[in-house]
Design a protein around this ligand. Sequence first.
Ligand SMILES: [Fe+2]
Length: 245
Amino acid sequence: MRLENGGPSVAEMMAPYDHEVAPYRFEDLQALGRVVMRPRAVNWKNVADNYSDGLHIPVAHPGLTRLFGRGYAIEANDHVDKMWGGLIERESVNLSERLYQRLLPPVAHLPPERQRLWTYFKLWPNVAFDIYPDQVDFMQFLPVSPTQTLIREIAYVLPDDRREMKAARYLNWRINRQVNREDTALIARVQQGMASSSYTVGPLGTSEVCLRSFARKLRALIPEARLHHPPAPGWSRRPGIHAHA
Ligand SMILES: [Fe+2]
């Protein structure tokens, strides 16, 4: 799978992280449930930026903050953003989070440093993997219109009949369903702000290496992305732009 203009393949993009992903045995994963389509009334770049934004974690996600403490980190590679956090020892006050901390069992195929680690990879421009010890969620942000996006999502697992693992997978879903609600509310507000007449382009914090990397690539492909006001209707029909946009 790649962009129609011949961008890098998934394998090429992920090459710098092959060694990190290898233990999760992607080729042996099996779908858990079906593909879920989540419509969102926002531009797809709003969803993509939200996924890689580091500063919104302590502000928008109290659950993740309880699970990771201050240990959430982000980095940007050429075509991949990586975000990660390790579960802290202190038990969460939230029941689902606390039970997940307690019940998540050892996973034989993972090295010690990945037993309690959540890692997120976002591939240029709209594909993501949420990699947990208990499962791997695959996600795409599919543009439908300038103000509509479909989030296409499905979870994959390795066969594991242990009751603790089944419980951990259920609790993971509970925890991340709440995270999803928080992000949905946040991106709706961002989209509202973009639609208002007082909206202006703001600076990105220097710590937001993933957002800066995304914006840099987008501006190189679509110079209009630098404009502080929308270009005239029809701008995207100029020759060549369809291959990128
Ligand atoms: Fe988020």
